[in-house]
Write a protein that binds this ligand. Structure first.
Ligand code: ACM
Length: 531
């Protein structure tokens, strides 16, 4: 507590003594210590506190937004929607008046050019919190920083005691990489739309801007395809371990894509092929080289299934699936998997991936594939997602030298389904154990030999769900590692410091407790009590 805060408390008490207990209840709340800028995850590019200055959110606060911008008004409504339940304040959202309004202002003017399309400037004075950005995505990012600077209790869904104070600050912030992703495997276990929305909301808090949905695998097909209805209805009926299956109708999926977009997150759909296709092969006998549909599969082996490469119908099938999926996908990318095709010969693999790349391009989408696809013919703008466990891969380096951009998801660093330690109840360990230090302490722009910063599109944290069945399981595996990967994708490497990061991470714990996120209490981090 600061000196002035103590004085304010003492004078409030003196007033209470003079006028009775009712006055004590009505007295202004004591000034609490504000959350330091060094607690924000991902670490901002520059963040300077203004000593002695505090902004207090009050019952009369208005959230002002850029006049004439629906996107800014929507972001204002989103922010007010988070703040109203806990503060109990009305927090009206209104177009900003000219001049410098007091209150909260989300403006699309006056941001430095250096913050680009995704960055923002945040200024906190005693009368106003002003976020300025060049694009709505930047305002949204700035709002996430503001959330983290308010007390953790602001995330509660019921009215909490304030005060709701933010320390004076000047922040200029923008991302290192344009692609900051998380992948959710909804194939091994199906996660209904509400579970995905919950994850989307968690991703948004850490400025992640892509959600990759692994929509098909041996154990289940999760998206309705009108021209091949059995895929979802039959192929979607199973999950690992005999757990219930499920699938998204196209209306469900469209709503999910729109929900993610409202959080400035672009969905990347993946149909994994030619391997990882037992659910499709089980759904249609005619897709099999021998014309016989295999049984549906609920185990966890990989590498045993393959689409039939010589069969003409295979490409009709893919064209129709990709066509429907592309039509449901406003984002630029369509992920074709391509990993672990151990039942496809090397020649067939190249033939297959070459054709599929063309199909995806014909439907107007950019091909994204697991890095195995670099063994097929390079295609302009194709993106490879590195998931290896080493730090060198000659084929990926050669592709990068020829212009292929790489998304970094090294399995021994970025895979959220790896166990934290041997005794972790959930997860796998084929890529090793991953605690906070392992997840955080690497440099995506200088990790893979021959794949330098300029070849890296970004970072993605995949969560495979062979052992993950519930939202509580997702919480436990994603937190605290997801914020580590988010920081690697956003923050300049000059801010990289494991010790400082662990302190920042610990500061998130109270927020997660208020949000009901059941995180893993890594012993590498000191988790402060309370909220
Ligand atoms: C993968 O983990 N098979 C991409």
């Amino acid at each position: 507590m600061t000196g002035p805060g103590i004085r304010r408390t003492l004078s409030a008490l003196a007033l209470a003594v003079a006028t009775g207990a009712a006055a004590l209840l009505a007295a202004p709340a004591a000034q609490a210590a504000t959350i330091p800028l060094t607690s924000v995850v991902p670490a901002p590019v520059t963040a300077a506190p203004t000593a002695g200055v505090t902004y207090t959110l009050g019952s009369a606060t208005t959230v002002y937004t850029e006049p004439g911008s629906t996107a800014a008004a929507d972001i204002g409504a989103y922010l007010a929607g988070i703040l109203r339940p806990s503060t109990g304040y009305a927090l009206p959202v209104a177009p900003a008046p000219t001049g410098s309004p007091s209150g909260i202002a989300l403006l699309l003017t006056g941001a430095p050019a250096s913050v680009g399309a995704q960055g923002y400037q945040l200024d906190v004075t005693s009368t106003a919190v002003t976020v300025r950005a060049n694009q709505p995505a930047g305002l949204f990012a700035g709002v996430q920083t503001l959330r983290q600077l308010l007390p953790a209790a602001v995330e509660a869904t019921t009215v909490q005691a304030g005060p709701w104070q933010v320390g004076g600050a000047h922040v200029v912030d923008y991302p290192r990489f344009g692609y900051r992703g998380a992948m959710l495997d909804v194939a091994r276990h199906f996660f209904p739309p509400a579970a995905v929305r919950r994850y989307v909301d968690q991703l948004a808090l850490y400025k992640i801007n892509y959600l990759h949905l692994h929509l098909s695998d041996d154990q289940g097909w999760r998206i309705a395809i009108n021209s091949w209805p059995n895929l979802a209805v039959y192929g979607g009926g199973t999950a690992v371990g005999g757990d219930p299956g499920g699938y998204y109708t196209q209306a469900d999926y469209t709503a999910l894509v729109a929900y993610a977009a409202s959080r400035y997150i672009t969905v990347v759909p993946e149909i994994d092929m030619p391997g990882h296709t037992n659910a499709a092969l089980a759904s249609y006998a005619q897709l099999n080289c021998n014309g016989v549909a295999p049984a549906r599969y609920t185990g966890t082996n990989v590498g045993f299934s393959s689409l039939c490469v010589p069969l003409a119908l295979t490409y009709t099938f893919i064209d129709q699936v990709v066509g429907e999926l592309a039509a449901l996908t406003p984002g630029p990318y369509l992920h074709i998997g391509g990993d672990e095709a151990s039942s496809t010969s090397a020649t067939d693999y190249t033939t297959f991936i070459d054709r599929v790349q063309q199909i995806v391009a014909a439907h107007g989408k950019t091909v994204l594939g697991w890095h195995d696809v670099v063994h097929a013919t390079p295609q302009p703008s194709r993106i490879a997602q590195f998931w290896g466990t080493g730090t060198s891969d000659a084929a990926v380096a050669a592709a990068a030298a020829n212009g292929t951009k790489v998304i970094m998801s090294p399995a021994n660093r970025a895979y959220l389904d790896m166990k934290y330690k041997n005794s972790t109840r959930l997860g796998q360990k084929w890529a090793g154990l991953i605690d906070v230090d392992k997840a955080y302490d690497w440099n995506p722009g200088a990790y893979l030999s021959g794949v330098g910063e300029s070849s890296v599109l970004g970072v993605e944290a995949p969560l495979w769900t062979e052992t993950i069945r519930t939202t509580a399981d997702i919480d436990y595996m994603a937190f605290p590692r997801l914020p580590a990967l988010a920081e690697l994708g956003w923050s300049p490497y000059s801010t990289h410091n494991l010790t400082a990061f662990k302190t920042r991470l610990g500061a998130q714990g109270p927020r997660w407790r208020v949000m009901g996120i059941g995180y893993y209490q890594s012993t590498q981090v000191s988790w402060p009590a309370g909220s």
